[in-house]
Design a protein around this ligand. Structure first.
Ligand code: CU
Length: 148
């Protein structure tokens, strides 16, 4: 966990350096690590990451946008009667002082109507998550090969 926090701190520093002129409120205490995505054969992308809420406040992730994707939805995967089902979520709860994994078997981002050139393997897709306190978390998702 110590290593994870250091990495997320480095990411925050990197972003605050790059952000410069923008006026949006960046979340000070929520960070994301290990962000990656893959494009399925049906041209829909799944986005995965670990998000850390280091604040004393319970928060929700309420929306996400991605450069090059027309729509982004928050999804969950749940086993119902032995069948994996995806469900769109209005928000994903992120309790204070906790971390949550978005992975292929759980919560994930689903991105639709992609600009294919921006979703090539090895590229980074710029995503902004909006939290219930109105702050935003900027994340760069590495595009990995489907099935890798
Ligand atoms: Cu999904």
């Amino acid at each position: 966990m110590k290593k994870l926090l250091l990495i997320s701190w480095l990411i925050i520093v990197a972003f605050s350096g790059a952000a410069g002129a923008t006026e949006q409120v960046k979340s000070q205490q929520v960070s994301v690590v290990d962000a990656w995505l893959r494009v399925a054969p049906n041209k829909v992308a799944g986005g995965f990451f670990e998000i850390i809420n280091d604040s004393d406040e319970d928060l929700n992730i309420v929306s996400a946008v991605a450069v090059g994707a027309k729509t982004v939805e928050l999804h969950s995967h749940k086993m119902t009667n032995g069948v994996m089902k995806m469900r769109k979520q209005e928000f994903v709860h992120l309790p204070a002082k906790s971390s949550l994994s978005f992975n292929p078997h759980s919560y994930h981002l689903m991105m639709f109507k992609l600009d294919n050139d921006l979703f090539n393997v090895g590229k980074f897709v710029h995503v902004v998550l909006t939290l219930s306190d109105g702050s935003e978390v900027e994340v760069k998702f590495l595009v990995k090969k489907f099935g890798a």
